[in-house]
Design a protein around this ligand. Structure first.
Ligand code: PLP
Length: 395
């Protein structure tokens, strides 16, 4: 059976060119980048080059890039590191209600330790409420954090405006750019943020490697204690192949960004257009203006059915998508993002995220729409909710 992968927001396939760049660093150049002999120096050279390249590609200085194990660690570090290092100034942070769990659960942990957190609403398209954000600012606010683009509904947040507001009050800004980095030409200097999280596996790089950009001069506590790696700010032996692959993946992504985005968006637009026209009782979640949505993202709620049923049925047909419930974590709670944009629990439960990638084809899109139509029809025929409404006609 042919398999079709439409879950690029979860992770992306490794680019073959990235794999080639990485491969000497597993068995040939295997030294510890912190060792003082030639084996170590060879590894360190590769790490330095990768750091320089990543910094240049995002408008940072090399000394502002700190390698981590990925987006989750970068988010944890940004929040905990700033809060701990700014205890003298205050203990209040502001984040959006639709942050990734890496931010939200860190914020909840900090609340248990007495840190005060304001969670800012978003509108029905997922855009942060800037007025509420302004009103939430206190003299004790040390950090505002808002994701650059949402992982579920693809909405791109107005980070420049958030930076403007924060700077008027001398408050630091962090953005989780894990989803944005592969789709937007992120430049930290132009954006004006103080901290930015990103992760290689979301743009055809390896898993388990990411970075936190920390603007020079920002006081930060460590998250991971240990040796003197990463200018003594993050302990742990450097993942040399990962770092090399990360830099190459970012280079390729930036080089081909416009062309790839246009192609991926054309697949997504075809999908959205066909689903909207051919399947009744559906709602596209996220930004209506496609320019303010990740090019890969189409997030649909299908009324009267459970997202899990759609997901498992499509999976049996070889199609990989993601549902709006945190099923993978063993809970069937509806997504906090979908509730935050005002969906009822029932509609949130019937939500599926389709996220496209550059290796997908038009034929795949058409096959998925055809399969989806049949799946939705079959599931609705079985749905007591749907039958009760007697709306089983032209599905
Ligand atoms: N932040 C966002 C917005 C994400 O989408 C993800 C991954 O799904 C993460 C953080 C976590 O990144 P990682 O998988 O590299 O830990």
């Amino acid at each position: 059976m042919k398999r079709i992968y439409l879950d690029h927001a979860a992770t992306t396939p490794l680019d073959g060119r990235v794999f080639e760049k990485m491969s000497p660093y597993f068995m040939d150049v295997y030294g510890n980048a912190n060792s003082q002999h030639s084996f170590g120096r060879d590894a360190q050279k590769a790490v330095d080059q990768a750091r320089d390249q990543i910094a240049r590609l995002i408008g940072a200085k090399p000394g502002e890039i700190y390698f981590t194990s990925g987006g989750t660690e970068s988010d944890n570090w940004a929040l905990k590191g700033v809060v701990k290092a700014h205890k003298n100034k205050g203990n209040h942070v502001i984040i959006s209600k639709i942050e990734h769990a890496a931010m939200l659960s860190t914020a909840r942990e900090l609340e248990k330790d007495g840190v005060e957190v304001s969670y800012i609403d978003v509108d029905e398209q997922g855009f942060i409420d800037l007025d509420q954000l302004k009103k939430a600012i206190r003299p004790t606010t040390v950090l505002i954090s808002c994701m650059y683009a949402n992982n579920e509904i693809g909405t791109i947040e107005p980070i420049e405006e958030i930076v403007k507001i924060a700077k008027e009050h001398g408050i630091l800004v962090h953005t989780d750019a894990v989803q944005a980095m592969g789709a937007i030409d992120v430049n930290v200097s132009a954006l004006g943020v103080d901290l930015l999280s990103f992760s290689a596996h979301k743009f055809n790089g390896p898993k388990g490697i990411g970075a936190l950009y920390i603007k020079n001069g920002i006081p930060m506590d460590r998250l991971i204690s240990g040796g003197h790696q990463e200018r003594t700010r993050r302990g742990g032996t450097t993942n040399v192949p990962g770092v090399v692959g990360f830099a190459e993946a970012l280079r390729l992504t930036k080089e081909n960004m416009q062309k790839d985005n246009e192609y991926v968006a054309s697949l997504r637009d075809r999908f959205v257009q066909r689903v909207t026209a051919e399947i009744p009782f559906v709602k596209l979640n996220g930004a209506r203006d496609m320019a303010k949505r990740l090019p890969s993202n189409a997030d649909f709620s299908f009324e009267y059915i459970e997202g899990e049923s759609i997901l498992f049925s499509l999976d049996m047909d070889g199609i990989a998508v993601s549902s709006g419930s945190a099923c993978s974590s063993g809970s069937l709670e509806p997504s906090h993002v979908l509730l935050a944009i005002g969906l009822s629990e029932e509609i949130a439960h019937g939500t599926i995220r389709f996220s496209f990638g550059k290796e997908n084809t038009v034929e795949e899109v058409d096959y998925v729409v055809d399969t989806l139509k049949a799946t939705i029809r079959r599931l609705r025929e079985m749905s007591p909710l749907f039958n009760l409404k007697g709306e089983i006609k032209d599905v």
